[in-house]
Write a protein that binds this ligand. Structure first.
Ligand SMILES: *Cc1c(COP(=O)(O)O)cnc(C)c1O
Length: 354
C-alpha cells in the first residue's frame, strides 16, 4: 500500500480468484467455468458491424437485453437489473441494502465477506450445520440484509424453496438476496417468487451455465423498487457498465436456450459419472446441484492432493479454511476431462501407496 492510499483500506483482505497459471496447459477444473464455448449465435452477434460501433457508448439502460431477459423469466423489464458480472450486482446490493448489516453463511461465496469489509458493513456470519446444510432457523428475524448462494458454493447443496420462503417472510423489512449462480444445474429457482415478495432479489450470471465468464454479464430480478435502487447506484458509479459486445452476446445467448440446456444436461451427466467414480476411489462427495462437486477422502489430505493434481496438470480449488481444509472443489468439465481426473487420482494414490 502506498503512503497515498486511504488508511481505511489497510486491513482490507481482497477476494482471491481461482488461479489462472500460464506455465503449462492445465485441465482447468478450478473456477467453475463452462467447458463449452458460447453458442454459434453469440459468435454471429459479435460481428464486425457491432465492432464497428465501438466508438459509440453502449446503451446505458440495456434496453434490448433487459426486454429479452424479462420475457425469458416472465417478469416486466422494470424487474430486471443488468450488471458487469453478478459480482457487480452483489457489490451494488451491499452498497444499497446493508445499512443494518449483512448476514451470510461461514462457508459460502468468499466475496460476501470482502464486500462487507470494503463498505464497513457489520456482518453476521452464520455457521452451516455440521453436514454443511443451511439451518433455516438461524436465518429468521435477523433484521439485516441476507445473502444466500443457492445452490451454495463451494458445497453445491441446495436449499428448497419453502425454506427460502420462510426466511423471506420472517425478514420482511430487509432484502433477502438469493445468489443463483448455479441454479441451471439443478434445484428450483426463486425467480417465480419475485412478484410475491418485495424484499426478494434473485441474482444470476452468464458466467457458468451460459459460457460467458469472459464477457462479464450478470443480472438481478426483483421488485421494481429494488431494481430502481440498484440502477441509482449504477448511474452513480458506472453508467456504461456493460460493453456493446457483451450486450449483443447476452441477447444472442437467449436466442439459443436449447444449446445451453443441452450443455447443462451434459454437465449433470458428467457430475453423476464423476461422483460415482470418486466414491469408488473412497471419496465422500456432497450431493451437488451445481457444476462442481465438493469432495474429501481419508486417503490424502486436501492441500496435498491439490498440489499433486496440479503437478500432473489438473487444477482444482482448495480452500485453506477451517472446516473445509480437507475438501477439494472440482469443476465438472467434459467427459474426457473428468476421465482424466479420475485416472490421475488413481495414479497419485498408487504412486503414494495410499
Ligand atoms: C461465480 C459466482 C459469482 C460471480 O459470477 P460473475 O457473474 O462471474 O461475477 C457469484 N456468486 C457465486 C456464488 C458464484 O459462484
Amino acid at each position: 500500500m502506498s503512503r497515498f492510499m486511504d488508511k481505511k483500506y489497510a486491513s482490507l483482505e481482497e477476494y482471491v480468484p481461482g488461479e489462472q497459471p500460464k506455465d503449462m496447459q492445465y485441465i482447468k477444473l478450478n473456477t467453475n467455468e463452462s467447458p463449452f464455448p458460447p453458442s454459434p449465435k453469440v459468435l454471429e452477434a459479435i460481428n464486425s458491424e457491432e465492432i464497428n460501433k465501438l466508438e459509440l457508448y453502449p446503451d446505458p439502460v440495456c434496453t434490448g437485453l433487459t426486454k429479452r431477459l424479462a420475457e425469458t423469466y416472465g417478469v416486466k423489464p422494470e424487474n430486471v437489473f443488468i450488471g458487469n458480472g453478478s459480482d457487480e450486482v452483489l457489490n451494488f446490493s451491499f452498497m444499497a441494502f446493508c445499512e443494518d448489516g449483512a448476514a451470510f453463511a461461514d462457508i459460502t461465496y468468499g466475496f460476501y465477506q470482502v464486500f462487507a469489509d470494503l463498505y464497513n458493513i457489520d456482518a453476521k456470519v452464520i455457521p452451516l450445520r455440521a453436514d454443511f446444510s443451511i439451518g433455516v432457523e438461524d436465518y429468521l428475524n435477523l433484521n439485516r440484509c441476507i445473502f444466500i448462494a443457492n445452490p451454495n458454493a463451494p458445497t453445491g447443496l441446495i436449499l428448497p424453496l419453502d425454506c427460502i420462503r420462510k426466511i423471506i417472510e420472517s425478514n420482511k423489512d430487509h432484502v433477502v438476496i438469493i445468489d443463483e449462480a448455479y441454479i441451471d444445474f439443478g434445484g428450483e429457482s426463486c425467480v417465480q417468487l419475485v412478484n410475491e415478495y418485495d424484499n426478494l432479489l434473485v441474482v444470476q450470471t452468464y458466467s457458468k451455465s451460459r459460457s460467458l465468464a469472459g464477457g462479464r454479464l450478470g443480472y438481478a430480478i426483483g421488485n421494481a423498487e429494488l431494481i430502481a435502487d440498484l440502477t441509482k447506484i449504477k448511474f452513480s458509479t458506472n453508467p456504461y457498465n456493460i460493453n456493446r459486445l457483451t450486450l449483443a452476446a447476452g441477447e444472442a445467448s437467449l436466442n439459443d436456450a436449447e444449446y445451453y440446456r443441452n450443455n447443462c444436461r451434459k454437465i449433470i451427466e458428467n457430475r453423476r459419472y464423476t461422483t460415482t467414480e470418486l466414491v469408488k476411489l473412497g471419496f465422500e462427495v456432497l450431493a451437488s446441484c451445481s457444476n462442481f462437486v465438493f469432495a474429501r477422502t481419508d486417503r490424502m489430505e486436501g492441500g496435498e492432493l491439490y498440489l499433486k493434481l496440479k503437478a500432473k496438470g489438473i487444477l482444482v480449488r482448495h480452500f485453506d479454511k477451517e472446516r473445509i481444509k480437507d475438501y477439494l472443489r472440482i469443476t465438472i468439465g467434459t467427459k474426457e476431462q473428468m476421465t482424466a481426473l479420475i485416472n490421475t487420482l488413481e495414479t497419485i494414490f498408487k504412486e503414494e501407496n495410499r
